[in-house]
Design a protein around this ligand. Structure first.
Ligand code: BMA
Length: 316
């Protein structure tokens, strides 16, 4: 039995796996859980993140407005399924992630600069007052994802620089910092290798610590004659040297097969940005953006996911 190392989340959203369903990740039957109807003037709400907060949950939401400005909003929920989104944006930008480190909630997001996108970092203790830190790197980068604790005394951030000399592009790197301001010791983590993720990869939710290493869900993109298709994959990173990939599934865990994942502003997108993981039960609830239009929820357990990764391991 694999174990999650972390907090217990008693009221984690959950539905048992449907009978006769053979894959390790299954969808919530009330999907999508958040749509444009949740906020006035929203064109779409997707690629968003949630954490336990108080006796419920708090979230940061990517909202593309009816003007098509990209903004980040805060929301709250008692059950992590029904969300109330506040009507004032906190930052411009997109694809937010949330990570609790030592009682502070860190937001990382794709921050627009005049010179391209980079990784913005800000923190809050109450989801009302935010302190913005220096951007983590110079442009162009996306998919900045913090680890939930220091590793060997240093903060760790996964980043997806968006240029390796040709396009399309996208490899995951890891950077170290002692103070969340100065980042260095950049390490390559993984690039696209297999069919379903042949074009680019990017980190998804905050990595989940397990006794086998860091469980990383990520998105991978394939290019077909019809454009990009975004699916979710998973890998296990070394506990002490998390830039080392020790297991990695050669096949996706979730791909756009349902209508709300296949039809929308950008068709065929499953884009995971957050996961709630309950250390007591091993249950994991994954939030993902569906077709750049709405937010959906899927479930797995640490055992099922790790077994699938090892059964289909591309790292020999
Ligand atoms: C990526 C990002 C994501 C988006 C995806 C599919 O490059 O912009 O926010 O979900 O494309 O459009």
């Amino acid at each position: 039995m694999a174990k999650i190392i972390g907090d217990s989340i008693k009221n984690i959203p959950w539905q048992d796996k449907p009978e006769n369903y053979i894959y390790p990740v299954w969808r919530y039957d009330g999907n999508p859980i958040v749509t444009r109807d949740n906020l006035y003037m929203a064109n779409s709400i997707f690629n968003s993140a949630a954490v336990p907060f108080g006796d419920g949950f708090a979230g940061v939401f990517r909202v593309d407005m009816r003007s098509r400005d990209q903004k980040i909003f805060v929301g709250f929920s008692k059950d992590a399924i029904n969300w109330e989104i506040k009507d004032k944006a906190i930052f411009n930008g997109y694809d937010p992630r949330l990570c609790e480190i030592d009682g502070k909630y860190y937001l990382t997001w794709v921050n627009h600069t005049p010179h391209g996108t980079t990784i913005g970092i800000a923190y809050t203790e109450d989801f009302e007052n935010w302190t913005q830190l220096e951007d983590a790197c110079y442009p162009v980068a996306r998919n900045g994802v913090l680890f939930p604790r220091k590793v060997n005394g240093e903060y760790m951030l996964l980043i997806r620089p968006c240029d390796r000399g040709h396009t399309p592009y996208g490899d995951i790197f890891l950077s170290h910092s002692k103070d969340l301001t100065y980042w260095g010791k950049h390490r390559f983590v993984m690039g696209p290798v297999k069919n379903w993720e042949m074009t680019k990869v990017g980190a998804g939710p905050t990595p989940i610590e397990t006794d086998e290493g860091w469980l990383l869900f990520y998105h991978g993109v394939i290019t077909s004659c019809n454009g990009f298709t975004y699916s979710m994959g998973a890998a296990i990173l070394d506990k002490d040297e998390p830039w080392k990939v020790i297991h990695r599934a050669d096949s996706f865990l979730l791909a756009p097969h349902e209508d709300y994942e296949c039809f929308g502003d950008v068709p065929n997108v499953v884009f995971p940005c957050a996961a709630l993981a309950d250390a007591d039960s091993g249950k994991i609830a994954i939030y993902y953006g569906a077709a750049d239009t709405s937010i959906a929820l899927a479930f797995t357990t640490v055992d099922e996911t790790i077994k699938y990764i090892k059964d289909n391991d591309m790292i020999k």
